[in-house]
Design a protein around this ligand. Structure first.
Ligand code: ADP
Ligand code: ZN
Length: 447
């Protein structure tokens, strides 16, 4: 178990759906098989899979006899969804769908997912299960500080919060000053935001002199982008709250795919709704138990846009030991990034998360940073721009030089590349209302 400085788990865990959440593995797998057959039936009603599945020898649900038959289904990749745009993955007539959502488009053209009434109901149930599992209940006041609209995090969490019976404040992202006012006026106890926005909220709280005692916040759900354990700890320590990691993607409905329980040690993948596999992204073969690789997900809880064996490009691994909370659904390790986040700098492969881990562990550093990669002659140049913490003054050069040196050396020790380090005062670096943009890579695309 990874030791954390966080609040120890309680000796009592609350389950939204005890029967499902603590189901034995054989029962869970039997349920997955039954649902997989149904998912394949829906898939065969879409133009995309009607062409693809028969080529793999799957003509009906009858061809899926055991869970091992999942391997016969070809992978679906992001580009498949783009090619199938707009209706290639729709299994029902258009008049049967009641909502659409789209991915944020972090890595290119957004993809669209359609929901029928049943799909929305099921999705809401998964989000409610996540929220309730962190100890929330109907007495909580929930401020959803994330973008509403096409992005699934807004309406998805909103509906889940209502299902739990909490008072939901649809505040949306941004406008930090107004967020504080809402927290103070309505006694917000739990928020949902990106980790970068939570850090920003803390910085503004400090600069505007909002006292921690004037708000009654207890918990936050943080997700939609990768962040390190040190970032979680930093948010928890600064805001004096418990932070729970929330993972989802619009191709698999949105939030509610995997979530931390009160043990805060890995995210339970809801295996009655999703089948998770970890593969080696190069060989496409499954990795050994517990090893890191690309997460592949099959959605078992959606009719209108069925998606099978979706290559998420997210890197994670499964814990092999059971969780103290008693849930039987396997836990994913914190997602460290996407396969396509990888930067190759002068031939060395690095992930932005490796830099974040180093920076966020330093107390002297502030809440925001930016990684810049440029071409200088024939070489790549890595610059890490870092905001300083409140105890460091920009007009005192000695501690600044010492800090700059410390950051540079620690990053170099971690990734072997010697970066240029720039220090900035708090609030100087750009902050995004949606997902944080941590990397600016201005190198020409063909290198
Ligand atoms: P896009 O692919 O355009 O960003 P989404 O809005 O659907 O589309 O975002 C889903 C992606 O966000 C995931 O595939 C993953 O890369 C990232 N993500 C979501 N939650 C987390 C989390 N808790 N930790 C790390 N990454 C996350
Ligand atoms: Zn657990």
């Amino acid at each position: 178990m990874t030791p954390t400085s966080l609040t120890p788990p309680p000796d009592y865990f609350q389950y939204w759906n005890p029967e499902i959440e603590t189901m034995s593995r054989p029962e869970l797998e039997a349920l997955q098989l039954e649902k997989l057959k149904i998912a394949v039936t829906w898939a065969l009603r879409t133009p995309f899979y009607r062409e693809r599945l028969p080529k793999a020898g799957i003509n009906s649900a009858e061809d899926i006899k055991t869970l091992a038959d999942l391997k016969r289904i070809p992978f679906t990749a992001k580009h498949d969804l783009r090619e199938a745009f707009p209706y290639g993955l729709l299994s029902v007539p258009k008049e049967e769908v009641i909502r659409l959502h789209a991915s944020s488009g972090t890595t290119g053209t957004p993809t669209t997912i359609y929901f029928n009434r049943e799909d929305i109901k099921k999705w809401t149930g998964y989000v409610a299960r996540c929220i309730y599992g962190t100890g929330c209940n109907k007495a909580d006041v929930f401020q959803n500080m994330i973008t509403y609209g096409l992005f699934t995090g807004g309406l998805g969490f909103h509906a889940g919060g209502e299902e739990v019976g909490m008072l939901v404040i649809p505040s949306g992202a941004g406008n930090t000053t107004r967020q504080f006012r809402l927290m103070q006026d309505f006694g917000t106890t739990v928020v949902h935001a990106t980790p970068s926005f939570l850090l920003h909220v803390e910085s503004i709280m400090r600069s505007e002199g909002v006292s921690r005692d004037s708000i009654c916040l207890k918990r936050a759900f943080a997700g939609a982008e990768p962040y390190s354990e040190d970032t979680r700890r930093r948010i928890e320590d600064l805001l004096k709250i418990d932070v729970y990691n929330s993972y989802g993607l619009s191709e698999m409905n949105g939030p509610g795919v995997a979530f931390e329980c009160q043990a805060k040690n890995g995210l339970h993948l809801w295996e009655d709704g999703y089948i998770g596999e970890i593969i080696n992204p190069d060989t496409l073969e499954p990795v050994k138990d517990g090893e890191t690789g690309e997460l592949v997900l099959t959605c078992l809880c959606r009719e209108a846009t069925p998606i099978l064996r979706y290559r998420t490009r997210d890197l994670s691994s499964f814990y092999t030991e059971p969780c103290v909370c008693g849930r039987t659904h396997r836990r994913l390790r914190r997602i460290t990034g996407r396969t396509d986040d990888m930067l190759i700098i002068n031939g060395v492969n690095i992930f932005p998360s490796q830099i974040e881990e180093v920076i966020m562990a330093m107390g002297e550093v502030g809440n925001n940073y930016l990684i810049v990669v440029e071409k200088e002659g024939v070489l790549d140049r890595l610059t890490v721009k870092v905001e300083v913490g409140p105890d460091i003054f920009m007009d005192d050069s000695r501690p600044l030089n010492a800090l700059r040196d410390k950051i540079r050396k620690t990053i170099q020790a971690s990734i072997t590349i010697n970066p240029r380090v720039e220090l900035h005062e708090s609030g100087a670096l750009p902050i995004s209302e949606g997902k944080a943009k941590r990397v600016q890579d201005s190198r020409p695309k063909d290198v």
